[in-house]
Design a protein around this ligand. Structure first.
Ligand code: PLP
Length: 395
């Protein structure tokens, strides 16, 4: 039978990137003791008050059809939150609710680009971005994010890759996998380029509330002169430890939202009112869990650096936000994939190879910071031991 070409384009972009994680889960299921530092799930359960809010709303009959924009209460709560945080008026006509950041980004890109267009995207990148762009038929144009600039996207690196086909500059701040947070001056320079070349700026800000102590978050939404070209996507998945609720949204120009609405209606015909009620509560108050996660993840990144910096063959990149730390293993002579495969087999530690996140971190590892401190310390020791074995320095 024949299938649409999108299935071919996406064939290698889904599960293949998570092969080590899948193998670690299979080993665990067969009884092996594995320290799993692969995926980024919050390290706390969903707060009780949100479970109660959703359950109460469900019991109260909030289970009917909704509408394509989102329930009025959550749309109003998000407009108020963004107005307060971004320091300028954001109206309810600038918000659309969708099931999670992932679906939101899918719908945003579907609304903005198609075959023949180009999307400028930082490399390294979150593992699903390539597929998000590919599903539209547009081409991904990787922009190198360089360790010497703290992996923050530099306007000069974007400028040299702009063509008449460029339509979207895709940002992710705070960034997965590097933990980089764009500074106001980075965004100013990128915004000026976007204005000069009439580009949309799409910004994935799902880690906004997980910025480490001492770091300041800035959004392209903060810049009033970019208001007609910026679309931000986010959700309660990370900030409120609620990924399974699949509750996200985007904020953009009212005209953009009007254009997106029929697509949302076609895809979803609205989302779940009881989840909207729980989300309205969550986004109306400071998260009870985000600050604690940021503090713990920052500390654990420090523990990894303490254990691995200075170990022959290894170098740690300290994140500024989010759930991950990067370790450069190129000096061991192995790819990230080979290092990670051997680490799982010999040391029972599962990490993501950098190769799953683009060419920019080939020969790196991504370590999730969501395990308890003692497991992080134990895993770091085993990573050091594995590097020592590879370099013939084993004690
Ligand atoms: C950068 C980034 N964007 C989006 C997502 C998915 O978020 P959501 O659960 O809101 O779809 C993740 C999840 O790990 C992520 O790291």
């Amino acid at each position: 039978m024949k299938y649409a070409s999108v299935t071919d384009r996406l064939a290698d972009l889904g599960g293949a990137k998570w092969a080590i994680h899948a193998r670690a889960r299979a080993l665990k299921a067969s009884g092996a003791e594995i320290i799993e530092l692969t995926i980024g799930e919050p390290d706390v359960p969903t707060p009780e008050r949100y479970l109660t809010a959703a359950a109460k709303a469900m019991a109260a009959g909030r289970t009917g059809y909704s509408n394509g924009r989102g329930e009025p209460a959550v749309v109003a709560a998000l407009a108020a939150r963004y107005t307060e945080r971004r320091g300028r008026a954001i109206g309810t006509d600038q918000i659309m609710c969708l099931p999670g950041t992932q679906t939101t980004l899918y719908a945003i890109l579907r609304t903005l680009v198609e075959a023949g267009d180009e999307v400028l995207l930082g490399d390294p990148m979150y593992a699903t971005y390539e597929g998000l762009i590919s599903q539209t038929g547009a081409a991904m144009v990787p922009v190198p994010l360089r360790p010497e600039h703290g992996f923050r996207m530099q306007a000069a690196d974007v400028a040299s890759r702009i063509t008449p086909r460029s339509r979207v500059l895709f940002l992710n701040t705070p960034h997965n996998p590097t933990g980089a947070v764009l500074r106001a001056e980075d965004i100013r320079a990128l915004g000026d380029l976007a204005k000069a070349h009439d580009l949309w700026i799409v910004s994935d800000e799902v880690y906004e509330d997980m910025v480490f102590p001492g770091v300041t978050f800035t959004s392209p939404l903060d810049f009033a002169d970019l208001a007609d070209r910026v679309v931000v996507a986010s959700s309660i998945s990370k900030s409120h430890a609620s990924p399974g609720f699949r509750s996200g949204w985007c904020v953009g120009p009212a005209e953009f939202c009007d254009r997106l609405l029929p697509l949302s209606e076609t895809m979803l015909f609205g989302s779940q009112p009881f989840i909207a009620d729980m989300t309205a509560l969550a986004v109306s108050e400071p998260s009870p869990v985000a600050g604690g996660m940021a503090e713990r993840f920052s500390r654990r990144a420090g523990l990894i650096a303490q254990a691995l910096d200075g170990v022959a063959g290894l170098r740690v990149h300290r994140p500024e936000a989010g759930m991950f730390a990067l370790v450069d293993v190129r000096a061991t002579g192995l790819s990230g994939e080979d290092f990670a495969a051997g680490l799982l087999d010999r040391q029972q530690v599962a990490v993501m190879p950098g190769e799953s996140f683009g060419a920019g971190v080939q020969g790196w590892l991504r370590l999730s910071l969501t395990q308890p401190d003692d497991r992080i310390i134990e895993a770091s020791g085993r990573i050091a031991a594995h590097a020592a074995t590879l370099l013939g320095n084993a004690a």
